[in-house]
Ligand binder design. Structure first.
Ligand code: ATP
Ligand code: MG
Length: 386
């Protein structure tokens, strides 16, 4: 049997509705493991997942994508006697030595107060065989292997803890529509909202056939990646070539990028209404590019019929890249396929458009029915959880 233990994150701070958060976390974990033989159970602020050895890769994938846990580890399970604990600590130490560790320390948490030794006693007793047989040397300050012993209804011994995604379980806040380009920022913006418990549907605008199939594929790959954290969802591929052509024909070049953003938001309004989302999310960050000045963001805001969330607004590029790497999006995001925004992009975009100005420029486009038509022709693709 492969047994895993995960620690719950922020949801342990919840009050009366804590049960709902816990239930959602368990449901999300089960959803990820639907197709494999594994059992998920939650008990006193720990999530336990166990299954036969052949399920271990799937369990590890699920736990490393499960939002709502601070950390997880594969664990040994033993009987509640000091002899069994000493043996399990020894086995763990041998395994870690074989992986290159030289020093260790035992840290005990005794939740079951009826266990005769207190945690100090276990910390002193349990390492005895490891020390006697010179498997690893004790280092209480910076051990290579921190071997944790948790005495609960059973005893759990582990040392290789992985960092969890943290945050609130997906589905405990409302739903949002993420405007997902193929770039670096929007996947990170989506991940940030997923971590606040939001469920996401995705909208990608493409200018096929002016842009390539690879550009669409890139957005699809990023959506699939997010869906592993976000418990599935759908991506809507919205064909925007006609809208972009209209912008080129009717608007001064310097406003074309801004008007394209406005049109995207208008289409996102339609999608949000359709899927009963309560917010639209973008990957904008203040000052990053010309369309993301305060003035220009006021213009896109004005087009939105739903609250517009910009989770990256105060982050700099390095911070965004750090998250992009940690969620495994970076390599895909930097692939060099052109986004529809590049098409007809002005050399000198307007930096300080006013809301009134852009409203009248938008009106001159007479684009409402074009946007509705693009929306109606969208390609909706279901995203698997795993
Ligand atoms: P990203 O890295 O997410 O592409 P960016 O820094 O390139 O962002 P812009 O191109 O100005 O910034 O886009 C701002 C935001 O508008 C994006 O973060 C995204 O939410 C949305 N967006 C831009 N292009 C598209 C697109 N083709 N499809 C869907 N959303 C888009
Ligand atoms: Mg972009």
């Amino acid at each position: 049997m492969a047994v895993y233990l995960a620690k719950l994150g922020e949801l342990t701070l919840k009050g009366a509705n804590k049960r709902d958060f816990e239930r959602r976390l368990v449901e999300n974990a089960r959803l990820g493991l639907e197709k494999v033989d594994a059992r998920v159970r939650l008990q006193s602020a720990r999530l336990y997942v166990e299954g036969p050895e052949e399920s271990s890769a799937a369990i590890e994938f699920t736990l490393s994508h499960l939002i709502g846990i601070t950390g997880w580890a594969r664990t040994r399970v033993c009987e509640k006697t000091i002899e069994a604990i000493t043996q399990a600590v020894y086995d763990e130490a041998v395994a870690r030595r074989d992986q290159g560790a030289r020093t260790f320390k035992v840290e005990t948490r005794r939740q079951d107060k009826s266990f005769p030794l207190d945690s100090y006693g276990v910390n002193t007793e349990a390492p005895s065989r490891v020390v006697d047989e010179n498997v690893l040397a004790v280092d209480v300050h910076r051990p290579d292997a921190l071997i944790c012993v948790e005495i609960r209804e059973r005893v759990f011994v582990y040392s290789n803890a992985h960092r969890g995604c943290r945050g609130l379980p997906v589905g405990t806040s409302g739903k949002g529509v993420l405007l997902l380009s193929g770039g670096l920022d929007s996947p990170v913006a989506g991940y940030r909202m997923l971590r606040r418990g939001m469920r996401l549907d995705y909208a990608h605008f493409h200018a096929w056939p002016y842009t390539s199939d690879e550009a669409k594929q890139k957005a699809l790959d990023l959506a699939r990646l997010l869906a592993a954290y976000g418990c599935g969802g759908h991506i809507n591929m919205i064909p925007f070539a006609e809208v972009q052509t209209r912008i080129r024909e009717r608007a001064p070049g310097m406003f074309s990028t801004l008007l394209l953003r406005v049109c995207m938001i208008k289409a996102a309004n339609l999608l949000a209404a359709k899927v009963r989302a309560e917010a639209i999310i973008t990957g904008e960050s203040l000052g990053q590019v010309a369309s993301q000045t305060m003035r220009n963001m006021a213009v896109t805001e004005d087009a939105a019929e739903f609250p517009l969330y910009r989770p990256l607004i105060g982050l700099d590029k390095e911070e965004i890249i750090e998250t992009s790497r940690s969620i495994g999006a970076y390599e895909t995001s930097i692939l060099p396929y052109e986004d529809c925004c590049v098409l007809f992009a002005p050399k000198h975009p307007a930096l300080r458009a006013t809301v009134e100005e852009s409203r009248s420029l938008y009106a001159a486009l007479e684009a409402d029915s074009l946007i509705q038509d693009a929306f109606d022709r969208r390609e909706k693709i279901a995203l698997p959880v795993v």
